[in-house]
Design a protein around this ligand. Structure first.
Ligand code: FAD
Length: 497
């Protein structure tokens, strides 16, 4: 039987394992940590449960289709509900807005709360939807490095959107040309952070992201985000995938231009196909040191990272919900701090995620589990101890002021995640959350392809390669790999195209 070895049990690695098992491979996943999930972890602090990494979930059908592909009923493994409202926004001037899932209701709320013409909001969401539908099939669902991608009718669809895509203008400029209210522009600009980018540099193309949340919807998985990884691992194990935990891959092995397998401290494993779910930079630097690395790709600027303060709060706040955003006064300065000065502004936007709003068991009675996140630069040698301590004070002052209650005395559990910890736990280069950023308008084409053009049988998935970071795109990277790898009966011809 043809064998496939996967390096890493992040969400992309797990999804790739399922797809290759369905294709008839005997699949082994090698994971450096004691468990699966990569950035998607859960943990308890006393009686408070936290999802450690991702908190927002879109495009759930990409999870469902893995169960369907394996002949299972998705809801036997994994269920979720659609959120409405999705996000609650708070501005320093006291204004607030509920971002309803329904476009018409959202537009009405924007008019009532911010005085933004509702027709303009609906037009912007309709445009976002049109552009997403025109481009997603080409730019997200397929390899951009295969000739046949460019020979499909989807390319014509994408080309017809080109003039509207805002490739030349920044995302911010496109938004500011459509709306005069700076608060609403800030709300739309925020979607750049969904892949760790800067709305003042990233192209207007990123304005397809609001379509995900407002037209297609945002969802909450029962049991928390970690349930996504846990349910997929259950499926993978049922399909015969073997997970080898605490076994770090040290080397991907080759003979000439063909993959032969990989090496760990425990042994040498032969494989017909190897898929690396490790970040692409250390994959080349550490696992393939003898191969010429694609330097231009590896040197693309990284996405932002995050400081997360996990707080057990011994009180409940009825004004807060699952997703809450407390905006900064000066968004431009905030992004200049992250991407140019490589530090953190003294007035950052603060995101508070509270899963106990959805699952009472995630916090003790009368309490809440706050996941408080501030976007920060990826690690470039900053003094994180100092930045973490300073940002904690800034964040607590901001939340106390905007909620009218002193927060610090309410904290009974606390833990912090910073870019250094993210890198040490997942090998994500610089602790970046989403691989390379989309600040460059050519970013989509500069991400590493999902296959090696030099070594037959070697593939790549996960947030640092095409089509990019975030749960849905990692799942799509695995889907593209699944499409590129030949079925197990012809496995030895892997990647000969
Ligand atoms: P990773 O999660 O990067 O995992 C890679 C795995 O490979 C790890 O388990 C690692 O231990 C293992 N590994 C690495 N090297 C080796 C080796 N040599 N041998 C063996 N194993 C190895 N996304 C969203 O969609 N929504 C959000 O709200 C969101 N918020 C986020 C908040 C935070 C704080 C973080 C950290 C991320 C967030 N993301 C979000 C991004 C999302 O979590 C990631 O894009 C996604 O989980 C990355 O998956 P991956 O497949 O790239 O693998």
């Amino acid at each position: 039987m043809a064998e496939a070895a996967i390096v890493g049990a992040g969400i992309g690695g797990i999804a790739a394992a399922i797809r290759l098992a369905v294709k008839g491979y005997e699949v082994t996943v090698f994971e450096a940590n004691h468990t699966f999930g990569g950035k998607m972890q859960e943990f308890w602090l006393g009686d408070y449960r936290f999802d450690a990494g991702p908190s927002l979930f879109t495009l759930p059908h990409l999870v469902d289709e893995l169960f369907t592909l394996a002949g299972r009923t998705p809801s036997d493994y994994f269920t979720y509900i659609r959120l409405d409202p999705v996000t609650h926004y708070f501005w320093p001037d006291g204004s607030r807005l509920k971002a309803y899932a329904d476009a018409a209701q959202f537009a009405k709320e924007a008019e009532q709360q911010l005085g933004v013409p509702k027709q303009a909001v609906q037009n912007a969401l309709a445009k976002s939807s049109r552009l997403y539908k025109g481009t997603a099939d080409t730019f997200l669902q397929k390899s951009l490095h295969r000739l046949n991608t460019y020979l499909s009718v989807d390319v014509l669809k994408a080309l017809s959107c080109l003039s509207d895509l805002g490739l030349i203008s920044s995302m911010h400029k496109v938004n500011a040309s459509q709306f005069t209210d700076p608060r609403f522009v800030q709300l739309l600009d925020r979607f750049a952070t969904y892949n760790g980018s800067d709305p003042y540099q990233a192209p207007g193309t990123l304005n397809i992201i609001p379509h995900l949340e407002h037209n297609l919807g945002a969802f909450y998985p029962k049991g928390g985000i970690y349930a996504i990884a846990a349910s997929l691992v259950k499926l993978a194990e049922e399909l015969g995938v073997k997970f080898r935990y605490n076994e770090q891959v040290n080397r991907i092995t080759t003979a000439g231009k063909r993959i032969t397998g990989l090496e760990t401290p425990d042994g040498i494993y032969k494989a017909d196909v190897v898929v690396s779910n490790m970040d692409i930079v250390p994959t080349y630097r550490k696992l393939l040191p003898d191969q010429a690395a694609p330097e231009k790709t590896l040197q693309q600027p990284r996405s932002s990272s995050a400081l997360i303060y996990y707080l057990g709060i011994k009180r409940q706040f009825p004004s807060l919900h699952l997703h809450n955003i407390f905006f900064s006064q000066d968004y431009k300065s905030e992004f200049e701090h992250i991407f140019q000065r490589k530090t953190i502004s003294s007035d950052p936007t603060v995101y508070v995620n509270i899963t106990s709003k959805m699952e009472a068991a995630d916090a003790p009675a009368g309490a809440e589990n706050w996941f408080v996140m501030v976007n920060v630069p990826y690690n470039q040698g900053q003094d994180w101890q100092q930045l973490t301590a300073h940002t904690r004070q800034v964040m607590l002052r901001k939340l106390s002021q905007m909620l009218g209650t002193e927060i610090e005395p309410l904290i009974e559990q606390e833990q912090v995640l910073d870019p250094i910890i993210i890198e040490s736990r997942t090998s994500s280069y610089g602790g970046a959350l989403y691989g390379s950023s989309s600040n460059n308008r050519m970013a989509a084409f500069l991400r590493h392809p999902n296959f090696s053009s030099k070594i037959k049988g070697l593939y790549f998935c996960g947030g640092s390669v095409h089509p990019g970071g975030g749960i849905p795109l990692c799942l799509l990277s695995a889907k593209i790999v699944g499409g590129l790898v030949p079925s197990a009966s012809t496995g030895s011809k892997a990647n000969t195209e």
